[in-house]
Design a binder for this molecule. Structure first.
Ligand code: PRP
Ligand code: HPA
Length: 182
């Protein structure tokens, strides 16, 4: 069972679901008649995006991008590459970029600049988690679920070597999990 690997829960399933509802209401108020394009950043944003769009009560479209920036499980390589691009034309669209976490800020900085270059009408960021102590470039989200301390977190989309994304809550792993991976 997955639970046995968890050292500490930061945010429970109930806390996450309650927060997602509030974010959905805020976005609904801000995007009336704007038909936003909600862009999920694969793969981590998938559980959050799936819950968030069902809490938004305005017309919207969805699309996905896949980018890679993490050289190893823990350390951002600093170089962002597009693995899957959008299918939708961005010019003139109001974009809502959906992320599971902002850590160094590099992934989102790259994506925001790319979407502005493609002449988006506006680009806003919604992230489930913000880890301000991880930042190496200037990047602030417009809508934030929760702050997390400078620890490696898993669950609700966030992985450790592709595992634990399906946990419905957010927490940190027991040290033994990392020791066994070596
Ligand atoms: O602010 P940053 O330091 O750039 O880190 C945040 C990014 O890192 C993770 O993605 P990852 O590249 O691990 O891909 P994944 O979503 O498939 O796990 C996460 O989902 C964000 O996209
Ligand atoms: O804390 C984290 N956990 C999982 N993936 C991540 N990608 C950036 N930061 C993290």
């Amino acid at each position: 069972m997955l639970e046995k690997d968890i050292e500490k829960v930061f945010y429970s399933e109930a806390q996450i679901q309650e927060r997602v509802k509030v974010l959905g209401q805020q976005i609904s108020e801000d995007y009336q008649d704007k038909n936003p394009l909600v862009v999920g950043v694969l793969k981590g944003a998938v559980p959050f995006l799936a819950d968030l769009v069902r809490a938004i009560n305005v017309h919207l479209e969805m699309d996905f991008m896949d980018v890679s920036s993490y050289g190893s499980a823990f350390v951002s390589s600093g170089e962002v590459r597009i693995l899957k691009d959008l299918d939708t034309v961005v010019e003139g669209r109001h974009i809502i970029l959906v992320e599971d976490i902002i850590d160094s800020g590099r992934t989102l900085k790259y994506l925001v600049e790319l979407l502005k270059h493609r002449k988006a009408a506006s680009v806003k960021i919604v992230t489930m988690l913000d880890k301000p102590e991880g930042r190496v470039v200037d990047m602030e989200a417009d809508y934030i679920g929760f702050d997390v301390p400078n620890e490696f977190v898993v669950g609700y989309g966030l992985d450790y070597i592709e595992n634990y994304r399906n946990l419905p809550y957010i927490g940190v792993l027991k040290p033994a999990v990392y020791e066994n991976a070596d």
